[in-house]
Design a protein around this ligand. Structure first.
Ligand code: COA
Ligand code: ZN
Length: 442
């Protein structure tokens, strides 16, 4: 049986068009529950004691500002299960970030968490017009990438026929799109462009030869012009999707058909925008760091999680009738995280791998660039020690080994080049320049 009824205008109208007061009441109730859950987590118990907070002091959504912030480092420091608020036997899945050099972050889910997540994604997909008659194809990585299973379960919840194509193999993606009649596709923006490029090479006209009509794009910064170009090329409407694995994954915020800001589901999260330095809230409309408190999470509730994503709240009502606030398109990060091919990478991960090689010096340069026919790539130039060999075969072997180890760590394949000592650029302050982002902004 396919649910919900395809004649219904919304997947969950009672929650999506809840009044502002209704949302506040729901948030207040769920915040109290969340704080009670957090009191089971030693990290939060200690923080509450430090700040003199008792769970019963938190009565309304306005009290959220009394609560402590949580950072990615806090999650790393309590790897793997330190943030669990339920026994592990009640959890049914975990997702983990990449990396072996430091502690990755782990996010735990109960069955109810997974259900809530699927509901959020279903709500997003329904909002942009996906219906049970559609065929949904997902070109995200599966496994630990939350966009794989996250979109999968959400699309199934809508009742679409789903094609879990996973990342890569563009010719096969195109064959699936054509043969299975894919009408709703999820791809990161640069990969959507790549699919179009390969369609062109193959003489496939997306408007003539496919049923594509809706595209969900996210996980990678992109401009309005890039969106319009993708829409024009593929003959689709493209909707911006935002999610982070610490919150669950995709489904946190999504554009509606107005394509004017991303509704963030306030029955799932309390949204704050803060100044990343002072941590004070900024007025609505002003740019700052997105801070989220989970309201529906059982296994791993998080209080005031600093996402490091910079955005602002769009003032005013959305003509679609949903009262959940809208975030402007994401405008960068307050930390040094790199997003490449939809994969999150911290330069420190690269540095830690490089430091393990005694043959190379301490200077390196990460360059991100867009290459014709190859898309966005990362090259890593590494200085070789003076004392090291100039034997070509030995150097090639070393390059190969560094590449392999970096790929295992960051999940994308960098182009590693060994360069003589003293050849890498130095910035004005005489500090080594570590990252250059030359990617083509559309
Ligand atoms: N999504 C889907 N496919 C992608 C992609 C992406 N973000 N980025 C690149 N690809 C494709 C390439 O076009 C290539 O296709 P081909 O087989 O037709 O040549 C293939 O994947 C391999 O890409 P390549 O760049 O050579 O490999 P890599 O080792 O650097 O990267 C990926 C490996 C692409 C598999 C890895 O980056 C990945 O899994 N990305 C997806 C991440 C993701 O889903 N994030 C969440 C999104 S919301
Ligand atoms: Zn709207």
């Amino acid at each position: 049986m396919k649910t919900p009824d395809s004649s219904s205008p919304y997947f969950q109208p009672e929650l999506e068009t809840l009044s502002v007061e209704g949302l506040r009441a729901l948030q207040s109730e769920r915040l109290q529950q969340t704080v009670r859950r957090c009191a089971q987590v030693p990290f939060y118990r200690d923080k509450f004691a430090e700040l003199g907070i008792r769970p019963e002091d938190i009565k309304s959504v306005d009290d959220v500002t009394k609560l402590p912030f949580t950072t990615k480092d806090d999650l790393r420091d309590h790897y793997p299960f330190g943030f669990a608020s339920v026994p592990l036997r009640d959890c049914v899945r975990l997702h983990s970030s990449s990396g072996t050099t430091g502690n990755p972050t782990v996010v735990l889910h109960t069955q109810s968490d997974l259900d809530a997540w699927a509901e959020a994604v279903a709500r997003c997909l329904w909002m942009v017009g996906a219906r049970p008659d559609d065929v949904f194809q997902n070109s995200a990585g599966y496994g630990m990438f939350t966009a794989g299973l996250g979109f999968q379960y959400g699309a199934e919840r809508v009742g679409m026929l789903t094609v879990p194509a996973a990342a890569g193999n563009t010719l096969r993606q195109i064959k699936f799109i054509r043969d299975f009649g894919t009408s709703v596709l999820h791809a990161i923006p640069s990969y959507a462009s790549r699919i179009f490029e390969v369609m062109n090479e193959q003489g496939v006209d997306p408007r003539r030869d496919t049923k594509l009509r809706v595209l969900c794009i996210g996980a990678e910064p992109h401009s309005e012009e890039q969106r319009r170009r993708i829409e024009e090329n593929l003959g689709v409407k493209a909707y911006n999707s935002y999610g982070i694995s610490e919150m669950m994954g995709p489904g946190v915020a999504f554009e509606c058909q107005e394509q004017n800001g991303l509704h963030i589901w306030e029955d799932y999260f309390i949204v704050e925008i803060v100044d990343p330095v002072t941590l004070e809230r900024v007025p609505d409309g002003q740019l700052g760091e997105l801070v989220l408190t989970t309201l529906r999470r059982e296994a791993m509730p998080l209080l005031r999680y600093r996402t490091r994503d910079l955005t602002r709240i769009l003032p005013g009502d959305c003509p679609c009738g949903r009262h959940h606030v809208r975030l402007a398109r994401l405008q960068g990060r307050s930390d040094d995280m790199i997003i490449l091919k939809g994969v999150n990478i911290f330069p420190i991960q690269i540095e830690k791998i490089l430091l393990q090689f005694k043959e190379i010096g301490t200077d390196y340069l990460i360059t991100l660039e867009t290459r014709e026919g190859e898309g966005d790539i990362m090259s890593v130039d590494v200085e070789v020690n003076n004392v090291f060999t100039d034997d070509y075969a030995t150097l090639k072997r070393l390059e190969h080994e560094i590449t392999r180890q970096l790929r295992d760590e960051i999940l994308v394949t960098p182009r590693v080049r060994l360069v003589p000592k003293g050849t890498l650029p130095v910035s004005d302050e005489k500090k080594a320049v570590r990252v250059r982002d030359l990617r083509k902004l559309f």
